[in-house]
Design a protein around this ligand. Structure first.
Ligand SMILES: Cc1ncc(COP(=O)(O)O)c(C=O)c1O
Length: 372
């Protein structure tokens, strides 16, 4: 049996939406982008949503809008997808890494203060794998130091912390619509904010620095082409309406994993006590004496699309060479990186596929001491 790691939730309606855009000839800057932005703003509960070309472009614009540049620092978790730190570098600033908590895979809020310096320009927590970070505590620290918070919610569209959607807690929320997420536009990203000046900045900077407000095309900044196409927006607007159902189905799969996977040689993720996760990934952490690569190889041979979860960013070559970081400084992030494995989870996963993954993992015998 073949079980992919992820599979997008695209139905006939979504396909027909895309066809309609293709037939209309209006492939960019049309009505679909506006529909998408309106839907995301309503979903998150914010005034503004601005669609761009990726969940990396979102973060880049977010940092630029806050004036982050050379000489500045941005506090980020040590365990995330590399884009979280890359955008800080792209803005000319320095990412300052903070270790994570192993039960949430998110930044350890109790370590944030020690990372703040006079050069800190923003805090950028990540809702890793769709699991909400402790936003109350993070906002409390940010307020105390008068720092803006950018939520990297790339995997977390629809997740909540204490009843409020992630992406609505910080000054700016950032989402990805990459195919590994619960809903997808192929490539794409959305920024959320209640600040109309920031929303205007995002709109101008995604489109070559053009300001149309006066009715005349005026180039007011050196912007990017970070636009999302209407083809991409059309693909995702229908999925957004099904987001609740998609997440509910992911919860059913996670329940099966939780009940039936025998944690003989790994730690299972737990649902958050004070929030809701999107289960973008089901991330297990192997015991230290279990070889990650061997287990991944075993799953691949069995037709199961497993993979590494995320990176311990400070020890990736670029960051290690530039800043001299070692794994010893970020023991939890390093453990999640070197022992973490994501198992398949997607809304169209069949019962047979779920059972097959459970059975295969439960029968893993390439271990000496776990087997007895
Ligand atoms: C935490 C995090 N931030 C940013 C990104 C970048 O998003 P994109 O691939 O849409 O550029 C990702 C992508 O998976 C991510 O997981």
């Amino acid at each position: 049996m073949q079980v992919p790691l992820a599979f997008p939730s695209i139905d006939q309606n979504d396909i027909e939406n895309v066809i309609r855009v293709l037939q209309s000839g209006q492939l960019v800057q049309g009505s679909q982008i506006k529909l998408l932005e309106k839907a995301v703003a309503a979903l998150i509960g914010v005034e503004h949503a601005v669609a761009v070309s990726s969940g990396t472009a979102t973060l880049h614009l977010a940092l630029l809008s806050l004036g982050v540049g050379p000489g500045d620092e941005v506090v980020v978790p040590a365990f995330s997808y590399v884009a979280t730190a890359n955008v800080v570098e792209l803005a000319g600033a320095k990412p300052v890494f903070v270790d994570i908590l192993l039960d949430t895979f998110n930044i350890d809020p109790y370590r944030i203060e020690a990372a703040i310096t006079p050069r800190t320009k923003a805090l950028m927590p990540v809702h890793e794998f769709g699991y909400p970070a402790d936003m109350e505590r993070i906002i409390e620290i940010a307020d105390r130091y008068s720092l803006p918070v950018v939520e990297d919610a790339a995997c977390a569209l629809g997740a909540e912390w204490k009843g409020r959607k992630v992406g609505a807690w910080g000054k700016i929320g950032s989402f990805s619509l990459h195919p590994r997420k619960a809903v997808t536009s192929g490539e794409g990203g959305v920024l959320t904010t209640n600040d109309s000046n920031l929303a205007k900045f995002f709109s101008i900077m995604r489109n070559h620095g053009i300001d149309n407000a006066s009715g005349v095309m005026d180039f007011v900044a050196a912007g990017f082409n970070y636009r999302m196409t209407d083809i991409q927006a059309a693909l995702v607007v229908g999925q957004l309406k099904r987001l609740k159902t998609i997440i509910a189905k992911r919860n059913v799969i996670m329940d099966c994993y939780d009940k039936e996977l025998k944690p003989r040689f790994f730690q299972k993720p737990k649902p958050p006590l004070n929030g809701r996760t999107t289960w973008q990934s089901y991330h297990i952490v192997l015991n230290d004496d279990v070889a990650q690569t061997r287990f991944l190889h075993f799953l691949t041979e069995k037709g199961i699309g497993a993979n590494y979860g995320a990176q311990c960013i400070p020890v990736q070559t670029y960051y290690r060479k530039k800043y001299g970081y070692t794994s010893v400084e970020f023991p939890v992030a390093y453990r999640a990186f070197s022992q973490g494995v994501v198992l398949p989870i997607f809304d169209s996963m069949t019962e047979n596929q779920v059972s097959y993954v459970i059975e295969t993992v439960n029968n893993y015998k390439d271990l000496i001491h776990v087997i007895q």
